[in-house]
Design a protein around this ligand. Sequence first.
Ligand code: HEM
Length: 505
Amino acid sequence: MDFLLLLVLLGVVFLLLLLLAKRNYSYWERNGVTQLNPELFYGDLRDMLSGHVPMGSAFANFYNIFKQKNLPFGGVYWAFTPMFIPVDVQLIKAMLVKDFAYFQDRGSYHHENDILSQNLFRLPGEQWRNLRQKLSPTFTSSRMRMMFETMQEKIQQLDPILDRCIQKGEINVTDVSACLTTDVIASCAFGIECNSLQDPDCQLRQQAKRISIPMPLKQWVENTVPRKLLGYTGFKAFPGQEAFFRKLVLDTMAYREKNVIYRKDFMHLLLQLRNKGELTDDGNFSKNQSQKGILTDDEIIAQCFIFFTAGFDTSSSTMAFAMHELALQPDLQDRVRDEVLQVFNKYDGNITYLGTQELVLTGRVIAETLRKYPVLANIPRICTKDYKIPNSNVVLKKGTQIQLPVWGLHMDPEYFPDPHKFDPDRFSEEAKATRPEFAYFPFGEGPRICIGARFAQIEAKLGLAALLRKGKFSVLPGKNTTLKFKPSMVLLHATEEIRLKVEKR
Ligand code: HEM
């Protein structure tokens, strides 16, 4: 009898849960937003959550479905969580710029007990605004110019590596780019000589490999479980990283202070902000009675960490994807190389900061690479107060999660005809003028745009120039020429390392 009662009770609970789930899966319909056909547990993301497609492809696919139905937006479910997908470029512009106040946060996990989570990418609202105000001056073009030398020193170390690859006849561009960008960002953010180009086993490179950019499932947990509750459980956004980066940053700062070392990098600027509260374009970072610092040690640790994390993987994939495309188009490769040589010759065999601005075609190759392969293929946002969508009766409730489908837009034939074709001329001034704004935003847009975009573009130009100047790259016989991407990853990662044939020019 007791057993029977238990069975009935379990049945009732199961039925109630099923009814709740069914009601949950009608959230968008009830709010006047077109939705797809969600399945229990998976919502609309079975393929992504079961590890079959990359997150970017899943959201590009949603974009295509809503676009084909001529809808300005649509709603999907990430497991049980409703997620809003804007399609119309005017709406995207409103969300990123005009009505930014409603969408300024990404909804990422951050907690006061988790130092590394207190970084610029993750912080919300006022905390983000204050920090961005303090950090933005460290990324201006004059500061990039100051850091250029430091960046260039690292890029020059590519030369002997490339020579060795030429001797072998083969280059693993995935690996070489990853080592290069690790060395550049380690040098510019932490001021340390990492040399993973020479020694791929160096400590920072190994540590970098262990940094887990949140998988979709982890991202969902972070965005869904109440922040305070997660923080209470001791959850860490970047498990196993804090002790290493804390020591690295504190030791570097102490060493510089003790030995009064001036190095042209972010660390120097952050030290100035910590000690003097202002940037002064000189070697001075010592404390003064009348001055007050505006960054704490913990803030510096978290920002150095995010510059490193956001900086090496994104830039290295972009360089590797660009080299893959250039290997497939020898004529284009020759045109880019001609431009590179012209600039090298003009500046006595050395690309200067001004010289990078003359690498126009190289810049377009990078722009086209980021169109075809935007490493952050969709950008998350969260609605921070109820928002009535212009020209509709739909109100997005506070707390609604949003994914801006960057890859979907970048591959939309309306904006980029023949979207699978790699064509840098899409970024000539005339071609750009024919497209609506916000059909292309690999670095995001508006006040929350990538703070490192300028840095990344200069680095990629210098990296490509160093490779193309000496080497001629082509596809290895028998290699697949279409890139495939790892499923279950937030960032675009090719499933196979990109290896190319390389000969001396
Ligand atoms: C090709 C390279 C890169 C790509 C494609 C890229 C892309 C992005 C994107 C799409 C965002 C989100 C923007 C938004 O929400 O509107 C972002 C944010 C950010 N990126 Fe990058 N990024 C790159 C390189 C870098 C580098 C080199 C650094 C640091 C030196 C960096 C640091 C950051 C930071 C700190 C944020 C958060 C900004 C904020 O919330 O205020 N990124 N990036």
